[in-house]
Design a protein around this ligand. Structure first.
Ligand code: TXA
Ligand code: MG
Length: 350
């Protein structure tokens, strides 16, 4: 299929373009669009055939549920059984924004959209174009990240075109996204609110509003014996083609160790790369060095993570060493993605 690519102003999108995109969605087609977190691959969440098309275009296992995107509070009431008071409090504090909440679904949401589960994940994005597109659709857009299953989530339209060009009706190009990692997911379908995926909204930010919030055991387990509750978190993800190793330790020890390993790899005829920061990039002596951003600005690190992983894929390197990024607020979210990309390969230097 030929994919229509439309450039839009992310803050003031042309209503005529969004109108055409909305019509594609209402007719059961697929439109990739920018949100404040990452680009989404949208289809009508109330139409099981559209959800099946999403799974097909991404090559995603159909037991991995989709997030339903809404533009107003009434839309939430239309698809869930109950809204717990603490979920309402989080909606007041963080919607529209990078927060997804899981509820018991009602009969309007097809099982094809929720991967067969009787719960539904719902998010109200803050991005102007995303919000306008939802209004021009049936009011419910199912949208996973707009990457081929297993690849890093797309933070630019170029990433979406690379993965989904020819597989969707339309791609809305609103330029690079603001946050760069996917939304925080909190489950309200069980006894206590539980974080299933860390993101821009940290556990502490939510605890200031609703008190204690748990972290899903599957996220912190060192081995894979505990299954994460979000089906998508169990899959190997974001993995670059090169062997990625995270190096933990004091900054100058990390730089020294990586420089040593890089020399050995080069002597063996292997091209390798380093994921560094603005502060350290100049200290690496050899190989392809890419900076994630400044340690003084953790949001810049989150914003560049997936783009850096994708750029290494186009470079044909055999191995990548990455610094670790335990930054104050988003460190948990950043390290969750990086650890998955590395298949949990971590080396500590002393
Ligand atoms: O920021 C985001 O959330 C982006 C943008 C496009 O909104 N979307 C996104 O969707 O990251 P996706 O499909 O790539 O990730 C959704 C995650 C998956 O790990 C999935 O298993 C989990 O949410 N999930 C969805 N519905 C669920 C449910 N009912 N119960 C448990 N986990 C669920
Ligand atoms: Mg995804």
């Amino acid at each position: 299929m030929e994919t229509i690519i439309e450039k839009i102003d992310p803050d003031h999108p042309d209503p005529a373009v969004i109108g055409r995109a909305g019509e594609i969605l209402r007719l059961g087609g697929l439109v990739a669009f920018p949100t404040e977190t990452v680009y989404g691959l949208g289809g009508d969440a109330l139409n099981p055939e559209a959800s099946e098309k999403i799974y097909g275009a991404k090559g995603r296992p159909s037991d991995n549920p989709l997030i339903v995107h809404i533009a107003d509070r009434e839309a939430l009431e239309g698809i869930v059984k109950v809204i717990p008071p603490k979920a309402l409090a989080l909606a007041d504090a963080f919607w529209p924004g990078p927060l997804t909440m899981i509820f018991e679904k009602n009969g309007r949401v097809p099982l094809a959209t929720t991967g067969g589960l009787d719960t539904v994940a719902v998010r109200m994005p803050g991005h102007a174009a995303a919000r306008e597109l939802i209004r021009q659709s049936t009011g419910y857009i199912a949208a996973p990240s707009a990457n081929v299953s297993g690849r890093p989530s797309p933070t630019k339209a170029e990433h979406v075109i690379e993965d989904l060009g020819g597989r969707v009706e339309m791609i809305l190009d609103g330029g690079p996204v603001g946050i760069g990692i996917e939304s925080t997911i909190v489950d309200f379908s069980g006894q206590a609110p539980t974080i299933l995926r860390p993101g821009y909204i940290s556990g502490r930010m939510m605890e200031q509003v609703i008190g204690p919030v748990r972290l899903d055991g599957g996220l912190i387990a060192e081995d894979s014996s505990v299954r994460p509750k979000a089906p998508g978190m169990k899959y190997r993800h974001y993995a670059p083609k090169a062997e990625l190793t995270i190096v933990e330790g004091e900054e100058n020890r990390v730089v020294e160790a990586v420089n040593g390993w890089m020399r050995e790899k080069e002597a063996a005829g292997l091209r390798c790369g380093v994921i560094a920061t603005d502060e350290t990039a100049g200290l690496y002596r050899t190989g392809t060095v890419m900076s994630m951003g400044s340690r003084r600005d953790e949001e810049s690190i989150a914003r560049h993570l997936f783009d850096v992983l994708r750029r290494f894929d186009s470079l044909d390197v055999a191995c990548i060493y990455s610094e670790s990024f335990h930054t104050p607020r988003m460190g948990q979210a950043i390290m969750n993605r990086l650890l998955k990309a590395a298949g949990h390969r971590v080396v500590r230097v002393k």
